[in-house]
Design a protein around this ligand. Sequence first.
Ligand code: 2AM
Ligand code: CA
Length: 270
Amino acid sequence: MANIEEEWLAFAKQLAVSAGEMMVEARDASAFVRDYKMDHELVTSTDIAVDQFICSRIEARYPSHRILSEESSPTMSLSSIADDVPVWVIDPIDGTVNFAHGHHHVAVSIGVYVAQRRVLGVVHAPFLNECFWALSGAGAYCNDQPLSVSGENTLRNAVVATGFPYQKTALVPIIERVSRILHHCQDIRRNGSAALDLCWVAAGRLDAYFESVKPWDMAAGTLIAEEAGARVGHYLPRGTLWPEVVNGDGLLVSTPDLFDDVMALMNAPA
Ligand code: 2AM
Ligand code: CA
């Protein structure tokens, strides 16, 4: 099994690098147009083009596998991820707002799951020349450097990342949680790419991260964080739409020593 998983990983890295080249070329040439999904959720023509590129390559190479992708199959049924057919979970551009505004914090995210097990994750940041990846049981890496969480154990010294939803009506409880955390940590970051936030916890650049996100935002990054020694859990009850392993409702990822302290603040009375 390891050999086939290594083959999938090599293929995922190739796809991510090619997808990253598409993003850089599109932005250098300003060759993309903006559109808005429900509730002002930004999507660009490059999100769609990269999605089609990645999905068509996976379909050609592994026709029996399944794909759960933000842009082309965001409602794939829950049962599809439960059996032992490999599922590729794709976010063609994580950090679309950053991409469209000329920021560098942008990634393509590719995760593979089998029978609700995290098998591999690749998060490639083409504007930063960093490719984060992990294979279950084999550790996490940035380019070829092994990753390890920071080891921070004092919340007052921790840098904590989070994010905000497109849906403005959901903001009040989120701002309350941010306020509680900000009163107890060193500082907060809102970098705009959940996949990269997870990789930055893995790399020790962030000490904790919390946010409610979709499966494609966290499918690859959670394995990379786990393999680097992070603790992965949830501060909210999960909705029933997605299986636990790809469910990003109330996602909390941190160094092992910070996890309980952050969790306690997440659930403290307002
Ligand atoms: P996206 O770029 O694929 O849409 C950051 O908060 C994470 O949540 C990103 O992974 C981003 O994914 C998504 N997201 C949801 N709402 C967002 C918003 N208002 N601004 C930026 N990203 C948002
Ligand atoms: Ca996206």
